[in-house]
Design a protein around this ligand. Sequence first.
Ligand SMILES: Cc1ncc(COP(=O)(O)O)c(C=O)c1O
Length: 400
Amino acid sequence: MKDFAGVSISSLVKKYGSPIYIYDLDSMVGAVQSLKTAFEGQVEIHYATKANSHPLILKAFLKEKIGVDTVSWGEAEEALNVGFKPKDIIFSGVAKTSVELTQAIRKQIKQINVESPQELIRIGEIAKKLKKKAQVAFRMNPNVNPNTHPYITTGFRENKFGMDTTFLPELRGILRKYAKHLDLKGVTLHVGSQLRDLSGILDAIQKTIPVFLDLKHSGFHMETFDIGGGIGIPYDGSEPMDLKLYATQVVDLLKPLGCRILTEPGRILVGPYGILVGEIQYIKASPYKNFAILDTGMHHLMRPALYQAFHRMEKVGVVVSDDKVLYDIVGPICESSDVIGRDRYLPILEQGDLIAIRDAGAYGFSMASFYNAHALPKEIIISSKKATTLKKPHLPDSWL
Ligand SMILES: Cc1ncc(COP(=O)(O)O)c(C=O)c1O
């Protein structure tokens, strides 16, 4: 691999140093357009900014006229800062604080996805104090198997997310008590991430339709059915999911309800269009293993350490020989879990070589940390073969 998004990777490293994230902005925008085409305008897309909240990506998505799904007020602020309007913002997450909810209600955002009765009471109390009406949706937990890694499964009843139908009598009571300040708009789901088949999502929708209808027949507004995100990407280089099939099946199931359909995709819009590039500091060959030790690792790309995720890796530049050697590609962090790839056949590697880690556009930088007091990698955005980087790391205003 020599280039990414039409630009030489080694020239970017020369200019910006190592390690760096590189994003192909035009392909990210292309992914939004493909999803819009698949849904043929029948679904309101809200990008889950937790996947990657780089301001230039958010700005490009704003131009595509989609909304955002946020899981903290920090994420909502990042979206507001680039020009998203409160009416474009969904607020999800299990632990919204009073401070966060006050902001969301004051700004009258599009929808707060409620995860517990206590949260609904908190929203009702804050809305009453502010003399406002909050738009809410109930996040349901349909107890379905989404066939993904246990750490990114959210739709089992053992998971902390959402509410099953046993919560409904209590929720109805709270809605009645705060009738002037709570407007139940709909239901919302998100059963897991990196889903490689549709069965979990479709099963969840089917199980939640009766809840939607029941609430609608009770007189609540029930205008929206939010199907969440979760569509996976082929980290192994296989075929991506058929978006048209996904869109058709979802719309066919929900059209009879006569409501607006919302979705919250993250990974599919950005994941395949980013790489993380690191430089090999040392090759260490023991009698048992060959280690290629990089200047980047679990602190910059946590997915392999967190949930045994697989990322393809390539040597950057010209490969002169077909010979391959088995390596563990590891990072600098003082943890044995700091392995980006185990037992990988790669061309013979040397100190100073660059390694490109593929499909790092989602849940890469957004999960990065300062662990071991290493600096965060720079993020380079490529658009029309031109590279841009921000002068300082992007952080929500309220942090500073
Ligand atoms: C509530 C919610 N919506 C949407 C998403 C986006 O998921 P994905 O990136 O898998 O599409 C997530 C991610 O976990 C989420 O928690």
